[in-house]
Design a protein. Structure first.
Length: 321
């Protein structure tokens, strides 16, 4: 019998976990004839009763495994820990606990992999129902920018919700970077991917954990992690500034030749100085962002620390310390 491990990152999900468990249990029952399924919940340092609920589920259901972090390390670390644990399975899935990712799609995803030869079956949103217009605009703008300046193309509607073969997960785990952008990693490793349209669902309970600030940080990580174009910005700005100064100089000389009383040089000089300062500071800021990432990678701190768990497998202990 093939094995299936479903990784479920959790952060303050006490309200939705009972609903999620009921839905996923129904799907697991449908798959039980062909697959032995494990549920791998990763508690990302929740401050509510998420961990006690997971412990209670684990006592009642031996298929439930939980990994609890010592603090909040973020969803990227939670997905990584879950894949670290679940890499022993033939197929590994990732889905959110808030039920925006419908568990009913999992049998279809498995069918595409087992019967049609795909390595990955992943969901992409067919709409953004339930999401704020401003957040949707920012998201669409981000993907347009990153796809223009990076070497990979990330679908705007792509989700983390997916089922993968073991070889795909091993390839993902072989990438050692500390600052992780999973949508970029999923695309970078390649493989044969089947995209499935998925209608966006509202959260079953609780509130979203993705604030504008967190989304902005996630966007910066994605851009700096998958393109070096910002590093070339200083050179481009230097050329642009040179031609601006040349045009300003020609304009000033021509104006002075026409009108000897013209005295617009001083404002022009001040504008040039301010513009030069802005360009220099922007370029230094970009270099600083990349340098900060080099510093983070050189420290090579663990990507997560496990405080409690009811199971340990594979290399998860190595990742813990």
């Amino acid at each position: 019998m093939k094995t299936l491990a479903l990784v479920v990152p959790c952060y303050n999900e006490q309200d939705v976990l009972p609903y999620f468990y009921d839905e996923i249990s129904r799907v697991i029952a449908v798959l039980s004839e062909d697959y032995r399924t494990e549920l791998v919940f990763v508690d990302d340092g929740s401050k509510d009763k998420t961990l006690p609920i997971l412990k209670d589920l684990a006592m009642r259901d031996p298929a439930v495994k939980y990994i609890s972090f010592s603090r909040n390390f973020g969803k990227e670390a939670a997905m990584l820990a879950g894949m670290d644990y679940a890499v022993h399975a033939d197929y590994i899935g990732i889905l959110d606990a808030d039920l925006q990712h419908s568990p009913d799609l999992i049998p279809e995803m498995l069918r595409y992999i087992t019967e049609e030869g795909y390595d990955v079956a992943a969901a992409k949103r067919s709409d953004r129902e339930g999401e704020g217009k401003f957040k949707s605009f920012l998201s669409a703008s981000f993907y347009k920018v990153i796809n223009k300046i990076s070497d990979i193309e990330i679908s705007e509607s792509a989700q983390d919700f997916r089922v993968m073969k073991q070889d795909v997960v091993r390839s993902i785990l072989s990438m050692p970077e500390n600052i992780r952008f999973s949508k970029g990693i999923f695309t970078w490793v390649g493989f044969n991917v089947k995209w499935i349209d998925h209608k966006n669902r509202e959260r079953a309970a609780g509130n979203t954990k993705w604030s504008i600030r967190k989304l902005a940080k996630y966007a910066v990580d994605g851009i700096l992690g998958y393109t070096t174009s910002p590093l070339r910005l200083s050179f481009s700005c230097g050329i642009f500034f040179f031609f601006c100064m040349l045009a300003a100089l020609i304009y000033t000389l021509v104006r002075f030749c026409i009108d000897h009383t013209y005295n617009g040089t001083l404002p022009l000089v001040f504008a040039a100085v301010f513009f030069t300062g802005a360009v220099i500071l922007c370029c230094l800021g970009i270099l600083g962002e990349y340098l900060a990432r080099v510093y983070t990678e050189v420290k090579d701190r663990p990507k997560y620390i496990i405080a409690q768990t009811n199971t340990l497998k594979n290399n998860i202990l190595e990742k813990e310390f």
